[in-house]
Ligand binder design. Structure first.
Ligand code: ATP
Length: 262
């Protein structure tokens, strides 16, 4: 009997960013950035403050126009086919955007109305989305009554309303306590395993990375490394992902300007 090794096919890139540069005046926030994030997997975009994570998210979501390179969501170019590309994308921005005085359900229905979803369908979708983040029992509560972590999960439910295949989350755990952080990450990982959603998760916290994740290290607008945590650790000759990140980021530090000798 012949035994053939089962090599899994390469995961297709649900999000593909190629050669994207973006500047604010003379400040280059992103410098020839290329990265891929597969469907049905967790990709961590790790970078310190000012690395360029939010700028990248703003380009992917068309808040800013990408004038160089290309960005594709499930094969749809965001510049050429913005409606089709954005229809496949769910986004949780860094800043919180729920109306605190409305109920959880009212927030979701308002968002659905903006997307042209009819009331009855919106209610069905909202209930299903709340179930996916384990918050169906809070539908009638005012958002103000929720914890920070629960608010984030409502924002994820809102991002899921239109049935996206890929989720972008920009530092979603900032300001949350350890328990809420863990719950939020677990919920998002469950969406990946149960619904096959792809995730790009921006963070500066390396303890949010799991062994099976893909990691992209962004520093001062440049992609410094891409790979599995194990590959990053091997490159930095350490077994600690946080230490590997600091080593890799250190490689990218701009040299201090030389003083002219007298
Ligand atoms: N609207 C803007 N005008 C000018 N400079 C900007 C603007 N937005 C971002 N920048 C600069 O671009 C660089 C990247 O910023 P960005 O917000 O994308 O980083 P980040 O990785 O999201 O950091 P943080 O975690 O602090 O949000 C920074 O140097 C920032 O000061």
């Amino acid at each position: 009997m012949t035994v053939t090794s089962q090599i899994p096919p390469p995961a297709s890139a649900a999000l593909k960013v190629s050669g994207v540069t973006h500047s604010f005046g003379s400040k280059t926030a992103l410098d020839d950035v290329s990265l891929e994030a597969p469907a049905g997997a967790f990709t961590a975009l790790v970078g310190q403050n000012g690395a360029g994570k939010t700028t990248l998210f703003s380009l992917i979501t068309r808040l800013y126009n990408n004038t160089s390179g290309s960005i594709e969501v499930l094969g749809e170019d965001v510049r050429r086919s913005p409606a089709r590309a954005l229809a496949r994308l769910g986004v949780v921005f860094q800043a919180r955007t729920l109306d605190l005085e409305l109920t959880v359900m009212q927030n979701l229905l308002y968002h659905a109305a903006l997307h042209g979803i009819g009331r009855r369908e919106a209610k069905r979708l909202a209930a299903a989305a709340l179930g996916r983040v384990s918050l169906e029992s809070r539908a009638s509560d005012k958002v103000r009554a929720l914890s920070g972590g629960q608010m984030r999960r409502v924002e994820i439910a809102r991002a899921l309303l239109h049935g996206p295949a890929f989720l972008l989350l920009d530092e979603p755990t900032v300001g949350l306590d350890i328990g809420s952080r863990r719950t939020l990450i677990d919920e998002v990982r469950r969406l990946i395993t149960e619904d096959g959603i792809g995730v790009l998760w921006a963070t500066h916290l390396t303890d949010e990375i799991a062994a099976a994740d893909r990691v992209v290290v962004l520093h001062q607008g440049k992609v410094m490394a891409k790979g599995t945590p194990r590959e990053l650790c091997a490159r930095a000759k350490t077994d600690d992902v946080g230490a590997a990140f600091m080593t890799i980021v250190g490689e990218g530090e701009r040299p201090a300007p030389q003083k002219a000798s007298a």
